[in-house]
Ligand binder design. Structure first.
Ligand code: IMP
Length: 498
């Protein structure tokens, strides 16, 4: 006979945190958001510690190399999606691993015999005012000179004339070799009063440009998530179908962590894939999921998962519960899995981190998920709103939106994630829609992090481990939920007078 779980399936909106005593040494500045990514001996450090407990969803609409770079610079980790050919996913990993803060790949490039009017068009298109003049007009061609918007004026110079007539030729240009470090490059920018320093390989081909204007920008990211060689870290999603080919290619590209991505991770397929990865590549962390209860967590932890992702049916684009009647309120799922994670640690001495994935609607839901036991969170809708996400930015009557579509939608058709039988989707488990545009990732995430830090301070915690072990949560009634919101007539948003 079917078993009925008596506990009601609850979600984050049904809970609030009670403030704990805040001691004088507990402030937003002293809060430490580091958290383990991978399985480790309890009491020791994980091989990879996130600097900040945020990861981005394994989704076409979210994961781009640009987003992975931006998130790692802020201390979090992206998992690049696997709903693309293996070579493309590996190339995306490589792009993140090759990123060197402050070393920019030139995007404004011309040939010496291009006319100044071509140069004007290229500059208008990229919005940049410094162009590299290379023998073939590419970002990695042999560098022949630099030309900036200060070198010509459309009214004074013949726009049909060649770029070579106005550029500063390489012979008169300060430049550097491939081994220069960022601090050496910055020193030369200041000492030699340069605006831009080209970095060339031994054959004189352009590798990067270092700009004076980026110097302050680099100082903005003190918590970057980097590997031993100081390269940004990046993760990748994998599936239970082609992992034997995909994993070696991703590792070859330099990936730091893997995550099996499935709408239902409580399966023998997933256990087999986990043990294959652990057998062949024991050093790379590989996560499993998604699950919603302790039994499934323990199954994946015993199969070798280095972390386990929680969440079925709660995602903002998800219609799995409507379609199949499968899932569980995200708060109940996190609480249940956190209890199993702690029991597993007691039994084995190993700590297997857990991730709350999807359904985080308000910033404060992040604090609730972490207080309920999650080691880190994964978000799709949240990151899809930013410039760096994959979806197109579109104007509407009420402002800009970004496209956001589920992996189980007809647009993504990620059949590897949804076991519906065969190589295709029989029915949709996700929708295709829009989310409000939210600008730059770093600025948006800074706000969310500020709210998390102050919530932790109210709860008297300076670390996430302390936060989850001392948090006191209360259920809210419908009436007290109403009380949570502003209860006055709001003034109109002030209009800016230009
Ligand atoms: P969100 O942060 O609420 O937007 O949820 C994102 C999460 O939803 C992802 O990390 C996936 O676990 C899950 N997801 C992604 N695409 C789909 C879909 O099409 N249907 C159901 N769940 C999805």
């Amino acid at each position: 006979m079917a078993q009925i779980i008596t506990e009601v399936s609850r979600t984050f909106n049904e809970f609030l945190l009670l403030p704990n005593r805040t001691r004088t040494d507990c402030s937003a500045a002293t809060v430490d958001l580091r958290t383990p990514l991978a399985r480790h001996i309890a009491g020791e450090e994980s091989a990879i510690e996130l600097q900040s407990p945020f990861t981005s969803a394994i989704m076409q609409a979210v994961g781009t190399p640009d987003l992975a770079i931006a998130l790692a610079r802020d201390g979090g980790l992206s998992f690049l999606h696997h709903n693309q050919p293996i070579a493309d996913q590996a190339a995306a990993v490589r792009k993140v691993k090759n990123f060197k803060a402050g070393f920019v790949t030139s995007d404004t490039n011309v040939r010496p015999d291009d006319s100044l009017s071509v140069l004007v068009d290229v500059m208008r298109h990229t919005g940049h005012s410094t162009a590299a003049v290379t023998h073939d007009g590419t970002a990695t061609g042999r560098l022949l000179g630099l030309v900036t918007s200060r070198d010509f004026h459309p009214q004074r110079h013949d726009l049909d004339g060649p770029v070579s007539g106005r550029m500063t030729a390489i012979a008169d240009l300060a430049h550097a070799g491939p081994d220069i470090t960022l601090s050496e490059a910055n020193a030369r920018l200041w000492d030699e009063r340069l605006d831009c320093l080209p970095v060339l390989d031994a054959e004189g081909h352009l590798q990067h440009l270092v700009f004076r204007s980026d110097y302050a920008d680099n100082k903005r990211f003190p918590n970057q998530l980097v590997d031993a060689a100081k390269r940004l870290r990046v993760g990748a999603g994998i599936n239970t179908h082609d992992y034997q080919e995909r994993v070696p290619a991703l590792l070859e590209a330099g990936v730091d962590a893997l995550c099996l991505d499935s709408s239902d991770g409580y399966s023998d397929w997933q256990a087999q894939a986990l043990s294959w990865v652990k057998k062949h590549y024991p050093e790379v962390p590989v996560g499993g999921g998604n699950v919603v209860d302790g039994e499934a967590f323990t199954f994946l932890a015993e199969a070798g998962a280095d972390f386990v992702k929680i969440g079925v049916g709660g995602g903002s684009i998800c219609i799995t519960r409507d379609q199949k009647g499968i899932g569980r309120g995200q708060a109940s799922a996190v609480l249940d899995v956190a209890a199993a994670r702690d029991a597993f640690r007691e039994r084995t001495g190993e700590y297997v981190p857990i991730c709350s994935d999807g359904g985080l609607v308000h910033d404060y839901h992040v604090a609730l998920a972490l207080a309920m036991g999650a080691d880190f969170v994964m978000m799709g809708r949240y990151f899809a709103r930013f410039d760096q996400a994959a979806g197109a930015k579109l104007p509407t009557r009420d402002g800009f939106v970004k496209e956001y579509w589920g992996e189980g939608s007809n647009r993504a058709r990620n059949w590897q994630r949804y076991g519906q039988g065969g190589q295709g989707l029989v029915f949709e488990e996700g929708v295709d829609g829009y989310v409000p545009y939210a600008g730059d990732l770093s600025e948006g995430l800074a706000l969310t992090v500020a709210k998390l830090r102050t919530a932790m301070v109210s709860c008297g915690s300076t670390t996430l481990a302390e936060f989850r072990s001392t948090a006191r949560l209360t259920l809210v009634s419908d009436q007290s939920f109403q009380e949570s919101h502003a209860n006055v007539t709001l003034r109109d948003t002030p209009v800016t007078v230009s």
